[in-house]
Design a protein around this ligand. Sequence first.
Ligand code: SF4
Ligand code: SF4
Length: 425
Amino acid sequence: MFFTKIPSLKKATEKKKIKIAQRPNYVYIPLINQNDENITRLVKKGDYIYKGQSVGRRKGNLRIPIPSSVSGTVVGFEEHTYLNGKKVKCVVIENDFKEKTERRLGVKKDLTKFTKEEFIERLQEMGIVGMGGTGFPTYVKYNTNKKIHTLIINAVECEPYITADFALLKEHVEEILEAIDAVMEICHIDETLIAVKKENTELIELLSNFVGTYLKMKIAPVSNRYPSGWEKGLVYQLKRVSYQVTSVERGIIVSNVSTMYAIYEALKYHAPLTERVVTFTGEMLKDPQNIQVKIGTKVSELIETIGGYHKGDDLYFVAGGPMMGKSLPDDDLVVSANLNCVLVLPKQKEQEATTCIRCGKCVEHCPAKLSPVLIARAKGDVKKLQKLQADRCIECGLCSYICPARINVREKVVEAKKLLEESSE
Ligand code: SF4
Ligand code: SF4
């Protein structure tokens, strides 16, 4: 596996404790899961909503509810920016600050006392999705008859700036390990490897103090280079196993740290996924922080509560990290379950891209072993794109990062990938 050394840039938030956000007056729950807006809306204007009640549900095979993060009244529907940069319809709920729930939340003492069927049902009912960026419904991963021998917990956080999972592990390591132990027991998994960057000695030391009591769990240090947290690359580094579509086909499940914490809350407290930790960072923020926020909170309001922006340069916003994130024109973004970072940088004077000098660097550095330059040149020729396997792009951004001609190669490859996806529908 060919990974690339890039700067980590995590200093601004890596030592900071998680700050709990003020409760918002309104939340804007985006009616989308992954990039699928094919959602059945379950509420109308004027409805009273309990915290955790579903405001929508994804249709089709990947049915998953979308829970409200507050109790209160539905006051309307508005479009706001989602993680993918698009405007998406959101349910606007006026918070009554009562945190009322439909059911009394009983506490489960022993998390291993779920049958596999109850576990799957709980994950689905609580709206648990992949929080590392994918948003893929988690119950689907675990709902397999295939023997799962290995669970990999992805604590690598290989993109620069992001420290949300690191902060969560530091403050909730015992809960996360308890959830892993329960998942192993319920799904009859033989071993768990907790993947951490080799250079993150603080996390390795912390985990070493707790993992010892769980005999089937091991800390698995991985490459410091980017993108060592990419799922396929991780599975190959740790198990020397390759797969086509999902790691489940080879008896391996990969779950991210935040997702595992959401599983803990779902099993322990019957709590739907309504909050997450997001890293707010970048040179233009006065006080970068890891913040625990309610899903549906406006990013602009959250930034105000941590002191706002530095004056001077124009602002450049990214939803997600600098490599895989989506650049945005403004801060009209709402927090979704799969948003791990908001990055605010000074807007660079546009450096014009020059012509490709055919240096081959994008090919040399592509971890998916693609030819980004050729995909970019194929310009919509579906047959060529199929041959070049543009659909295998993991959108890591290395081709753009490495290109000396400053060509946004990733954007062109992602467009090609979308075209292939559409042409196969
Ligand atoms: S964005 Fe896609 S094409 Fe570019 S380096 Fe990453 S995987 Fe390769
Ligand atoms: S890295 Fe940039 S200049 Fe070099 S081959 Fe790829 S697109 Fe062309």
